[in-house]
Design a protein around this ligand. Structure first.
Ligand code: SF4
Length: 360
């Protein structure tokens, strides 16, 4: 049986200063909601995404106004920009000329060969990759006729069809996504894709839903895929503020130890022994560590009975203890602090650990 190509063994592809593929790193992406031609709105949105930890951003390019906005958007942002085009090669050429770091277009949908060649030539000249976006909901007619309905094999066949068009033009800076809103179908499609070719894979469960339901659905599907060693970039598709997509992606990557420089929170599930307002403290600390770019494990526990011992792996933590807090490190209590200042004391300790990490 053909082996899955682990994300480490995929072909490295350059997107601006980032290398996608060829390592265990999984890059976080999101997509803007603002109209791309509204440069002020779209750049404000991208800057918010950057702050949240987004590493690559995609904008829709439905018309020439959007394509013409690309140079100005590029000037105002700091992360690589992907321009999403459907069919129209003129938009692709304009976006490439305007400084897109990657375009998302399916070569099989562009039309005449000269048009495909023009896009590939422009991408080669600017050394930017092309993402092929296979979507279960929009498979080619002949593939649907062959399989009867969207299947993983049909999706891989579609991907290989688009890949071949690019390879025949000696173009290999390719990234592929295999999106489906059905979780099992997406998992199977990504597995089969990782066996069929070694181009980096962009992961997503499309149309996954609202913040809560979509988070659960995306985490379920993408968790399975990531755990198999598949996936080089990820987008959580939510019907919500894209900043939420980035937060969920970060959390998901942390779960698999794939977020190199992110702090994680360990908080107890609460029980009748609780001595502090744990839920609000846990939320406050979670919010605080979003900004910490160091692999620190922080723990917040409701009581000291089983408290510190329950979180031995924590680099720093607090446990409630009747009107006071116990600060502890790796399960050992380091000092007692009054309850009113225990969260501030914890934050100071987190900052110290982060500083020590940055100086390393
Ligand atoms: Fe209960 Fe204390 Fe454990 Fe939290 S740390 S679950 S409050 S025993």
């Amino acid at each position: 049986m053909t082996q899955i190509t682990h994300r480490k063994n995929t072909r490295p592809v350059q997107v601006g200063p980032l290398t996608i593929g060829g390592s265990d790193e999984v890059i976080i992406q999101s997509m803007t909601m603002s109209k791309t031609h509204d440069v002020d709105a779209v750049t404000a949105e991208i800057l918010r995404l950057e702050e949240a930890g987004c590493q690559i951003v995609r904008v829709a390019c439905p018309d020439m106004r959007a394509a013409e906005a690309i140079p100005e958007i590029k000037k105002r942002i700091n992360i690589p920009l992907v321009v999403d085009i459907h069919f129209d090669y003129k938009l692709a050429l304009k976006a490439i000329e305007g400084g897109a770091d990657k375009i998302r277009i399916n070569p099989g949908n562009i039309g005449r060969r000269e048009k495909v060649e023009a896009v590939v030539k422009a991408a080669k000249e600017k050394k930017i990759p092309i993402r092929i976006g296979v979507n279960a909901g929009s498979l080619e007619k002949k593939i649907l006729e062959k399989y009867g309905y969207p299947t993983a094999d049909g999706m891989v066949e579609s991907a290989l069809h688009h890949i071949k068009i690019l390879e025949d033009l000696d173009f290999h800076d390719i990234i592929v996504s295999m999106k489906a809103s059905d979780v099992s179908l997406a998992v199977e499609a990504y597995e089969k894709a990782a066996k069929a070719f070694d181009y980096p894979l962009h992961l997503g469960i499309t149309e996954s839903g609202t913040l809560f339901a979509g988070t659960v659905k995306s985490a379920a599907g993408l968790g399975v895929i990531l755990n198999k060693g598949i996936g080089n970039t990820v987008r959580i598709s939510l019907s919500a503020d894209p900043v939420e997509e980035v937060k969920v992606a970060k959390e998901l990557l942390k779960t698999f130890g794939l977020a190199a420089n992110a702090a994680t929170l360990i908080s107890c599930p609460t029980c009748g022994r609780i001595e502090i307002d744990l839920i609000s403290i846990a939320n406050e600390v979670e919010e605080y560590i979003q900004q910490v770019n160091a692999p620190i494990k922080v723990s917040v526990l409701g009581c000291a009975v089983n408290g510190p011992g329950e979180a031995k792996e924590a680099d720093i933590g607090i446990a409630g203890a009747r009107g006071e807090g116990l600060l502890f490190r790796h399960g050992e209590i380091i000092r007692k602090v009054p309850e009113e200042i225990m969260v501030d004391e914890l934050k100071k300790e987190i900052d110290k650990l982060a500083e020590a990490h940055y100086e390393e």
